[in-house]
Design a protein around this ligand. Structure first.
Ligand SMILES: Nc1ncnc2c1ncn2[C@@H]1O[C@H](COP(=O)(O)OP(=O)(O)O)[C@@H](O)[C@H]1O
Ligand SMILES: [Mg+2]
Length: 221
């Protein structure tokens, strides 16, 4: 489902060059639930961004859902990204002046669907995360755990094959973190969604099928 071959990523600013990833090789099979762990700054977010085509490698090749991505136009990549991958972030990234249901519909705006179909899909996704009764609330009227569940609904509304979650429980207490983890596990089991989750929580890491450990931009075996 996701393949990285000899992938390196170097960030260049005026004076400093940072090697965020160095010669990473990995394959993530369809239907896998994989965690990514390692200290702050070791390249976890960079890795996820490359997998989800939010960024380009400096060297090497990224395949997402069988398609090699290198060199494609922005439009082509945006299209594959929108259909294939859903993103979940530590800070939820919801739009505060949109209602819950409108937040969830956002990824569908780039598809040819009627307003009615979009609404139906959003309500279904919100139902899956247990928030059917909160669709007309605004994000600030919800708890952190509920906001993250809205973000999950938004990530899955377009039925992506892959979910990329960057410390999805990092801002949640253990109860809400458990709820989010439970939803991800259900999506993985029941819908065969491939999930890559960055976490600092060993107990959550142990519940995934495999842990990719990173240190200083490299995989640690
Ligand atoms: N846009 C950027 N420009 C310059 N350096 C960056 C950028 N993004 C990340 N970095 C650097 O790349 C390294 C890896 O960052 P990141 O992938 O965010 O690590 P992690 O998610 O594991 O904390 C860090 O040293 C960070 O400072
Ligand atoms: Mg990070």
């Amino acid at each position: 489902m996701i393949q990285l071959q000899n992938v390196s990523k170097v960030y260049r600013t005026d004076r400093i060059e940072t090697t965020a990833l160095e010669d990473v090789n990995l394959t993530i099979e369809e239907g896998a639930f994989v965690s990514v762990m390692g200290p702050s700054g070791c390249g976890k977010t960079t890795l996820l961004n490359l997998m989800g085509l939010l960024d380009e490698p400096s060297q090497g090749t990224v395949h997402l859902d069988g398609t090699p991505i290198n060199g494609g136009s922005e439009k082509h990549k945006a299209r594959i990204r929108n259909r294939t991958a859903g993103f979940i972030f530590q800070n939820f990234h919801l739009i505060s002046d949109l209602k819950v249901v409108d937040n969830v519909e956002i990824p569908l705006l780039y598809r040819s669907m009627s307003a009615k179909e979009r609404r139906q899909a959003a309500l279904q996704a919100l139902d899956k995360v247990g928030l059917a009764s909160r669709v007309h609330h605004y994000p600030t009227q919800l708890s952190g755990g509920q906001q993250q569940r809205v973000a999950i609904a938004r990530a899955i509304v377009g039925r992506p094959k892959v979910l990329l979650a960057d410390e999805p429980t990092g801002n949640l207490d253990s109860h809400n973190g458990e709820e989010v983890m439970g939803i991800l596990e259900t999506l993985n089991k029941e819908e065969n969604t491939t999930i890559v989750m960055v976490t600092h929580d060993d107990r959550l890491g142990q519940r995934t099928q495999r842990t990719i450990r990173m240190f200083d931009g490299r995989q640690v075996h």
